[in-house]
Ligand binder design. Structure first.
Ligand code: ZN
Ligand code: ZN
Length: 262
């Protein structure tokens, strides 16, 4: 959850600028080729992709977390990132786009990101779950309890099939993402970076104009600032990112204007 949004009601609704909100399709509106979010020339993935990955954001849970679908437009193979809850909405988006989901990726262990992962896995043939960093095990082991505390039904504890560490790589439909361990918002937060498409998934590490909250259990403000400055900023100003809440941004915009780290 963003630092600025101490009160859930203060958080902007991601569809607020949609003219016909009631009838607005909440995921199609967000469907875009990843390279459209940045300026400059298109760089295609080296491994397999003849066209870049596409993404769609499905806001889930009362926290309006940006559950993200990533896929190869040609094969319709892809991954779901942070299925925190509202699995019916995620499933509807998957069906509408026509995707075959191959894996679940988790950026960190907070309930709005990971609360629905175990159920999603169970209802999709036991898909593998990759991430976050093992330092978030304590959070993943407490998801059911977090659910009770927040009044969110259906949250389950989850154990990933693969923990992610600094320097690891993950693949989505043949495209490679490198793993950056960025503690501070949570001890095991990871950022996934696709160098070929100049794109990152940053979870709740960095937001447009804000940074992740560090007043939760296991938060560490100094560690978060250091991770942003020493791991995210060096990725390059042209790198676009999807964050856990709210609109996309670029590393350059945040490096220059974000009041928490500029
Ligand atoms: Zn969050
Ligand atoms: Zn979080």
């Amino acid at each position: 959850m963003p630092q600025a949004y101490r009160n859930l009601r203060d958080a902007p609704h991601p569809l607020l600028d949609c003219a016909a909100q009631a009838s607005c399709n909440s995921f199609n509106r967000w469907t875009f080729p990843l390279n459209s979010a940045r300026q400059g020339t298109q760089t295609l993935g080296k491994t397999h992709a003849s066209m870049p990955l596409k993404a769609a954001i499905v806001p889930v849970t009362p926290f309006q977390q940006n559950c993200t679908l990533l896929w190869d437009e040609e094969t319709k193979q892809g991954a779901v990132v942070d299925p925190g809850g509202d699995l019916d909405r995620i499933d509807a988006a998957i069906k509408k786009i026509g995707l075959t989901i191959e894996k679940i990726l988790l950026t960190h262990g907070h309930i709005d990101h990971a609360g629905g992962a175990a159920e999603f896995k169970a209802t999709h043939g036991g898909l593998p779950i990759e991430g976050p960093h093992p330092a978030d095990k304590v959070l993943l082991d407490g998801l059911a309890a977090q659910g009770l505390a927040y009044g969110l039904s259906g949250a389950r504890n989850v154990t990933p099939d693969r923990w992610l560490n600094e320097g690891d790589t993950v693949t989505v439909a043949g495209a490679t993402f490198s793993v950056l361990h960025c503690p501070g918002h949570s001890p095991g937060s990871v950022v996934l970076f696709n160098a070929a498409q100049r794109f990152a998934l940053v979870g709740d590490v960095l937001f447009r104009g804000s940074i992740g909250r560090t007043d939760f259990a296991y938060g560490d403000h100094d560690a978060l600032i250091e991770a942003i400055k020493t791991k995210l900023f060096p990725l390059g100003d042209d790198v676009a990112f999807i964050c856990g809440h709210g609109p996309m941004s670029t590393i350059g915009d945040e490096r220059k204007t974000n009041p928490f780290v500029a």
